[in-house]
Ligand binder design. Structure first.
Ligand code: SF4
Length: 283
């Protein structure tokens, strides 16, 4: 696809030092017909950036493609500039694959891999799947970091190109989940069950926010659910931080967690213990 190939905004480097770079409007001028075509074919995607050297987005050292576009509105989201697809850089699948290819040997040597995160990668599921297939063909381990809401978009055959799913489970109680994210959690849980039935490995990610997601009863229900699946290899308890606060402010968004502090080490450990009681490895 020739999509906007000459647009000057495409000169923005795909690589970023971290996903905490504020990036907006980089795909704003892509015509609607091209956006639709991109979503239908996966020949072009909208990316916030590529980052290298991550040690927290799957096993080993990772190259991460951060996609733009998310239909959730988590109160603690630290990258709200990735909510809107038009904020992302329009990138052809050829360019994205070429970028990944630069790191293929290093990733294999370091037992690392390639992660697609976001935003929500499955907003652009055809593009994400094409990237996974390309990485898979290079012999690179692949991970999908997702809230799971659009999990049904990925076919059984396509799941085979995803080595690991990093599944974000935000909270258990459906009403609380809607208040926290704006969306239902039933599709996320259904995706988890489907992955379990297919014996596809999951790492659960749980963002711990004092006063918001620290209800031990609720966490216990997630732990019971995850422990019963049989395919959850580990749980990462991710302490809330304020690194994304400036983005909320610069985007003019109403940030409700202005004065929320990071959880103490004791609280993180307490939550890990709840997951461990269900037979899970938690860190
Ligand atoms: S699902 Fe992720 S990207 Fe989307 S709003 Fe929530 S934290 Fe942000």
């Amino acid at each position: 696809m020739e999509c906007n190939a000459m647009h000057p905004k495409q000169q923005v480097p795909l690589e970023a030092h971290s996903p905490f770079e504020l990036r907006v409007n980089l795909g704003r001028d892509v015509p609607e017909t091209d956006v639709r075509s991109a979503l239908a074919t996966g020949d072009m995607g909208f990316l916030h950036s590529f980052t290298t050297g991550s040690a927290v987005d799957g096993p080993g050292v990772r190259v991460v493609a951060w996609t733009a576009g998310c239909m959730w509105r988590c109160q603690y989201c630290h990258n709200p500039d990735t909510w809107t697809m038009s904020n992302g850089i329009p990138v052809t699948i050829a360019r994205a694959t070429e970028e990944l290819s630069k790191y293929r040997h290093g990733l294999k040597i370091m037992s690392g891999g390639f992660t697609v995160s976001g935003g929500e990668p499955l907003m652009q599921h055809r593009f994400a799947v094409k990237m996974f297939k390309a990485a898979h063909a290079m012999g690179v381990h692949t991970a999908l970091d997702t809230n799971g809401y659009y999990g049904e978009r990925v076919t059984e055959e396509e799941l085979e190109s995803i080595s690991l799913v990093l599944l974000d489970i935000k909270t258990w109680n459906p009403e609380r989940h809607r208040a926290l994210t704006g969306m239902d959690n039933a599709p996320t849980l259904a995706f988890a069950r489907r992955l379990a039935a297919r014996k596809r490995p999951i790492w659960v990610r749980y963002v711990l926010v004092p006063g918001l997601t620290d209800d031990m009863v609720d966490i216990g229900k997630i732990a019971d659910f995850a422990g019963g699946l049989g395919n959850v290899e580990r749980v990462d308890v991710l302490p809330f931080h304020q690194m994304g606060r400036f983005k909320w402010k610069q985007l003019g968004l109403d940030y409700k967690l202005e004065f929320t502090e990071a959880p103490t080490l004791e609280l993180v450990e307490q939550v890990c213990r709840v997951f461990r009681r269900s037979g899970l490895k938690a860190y």
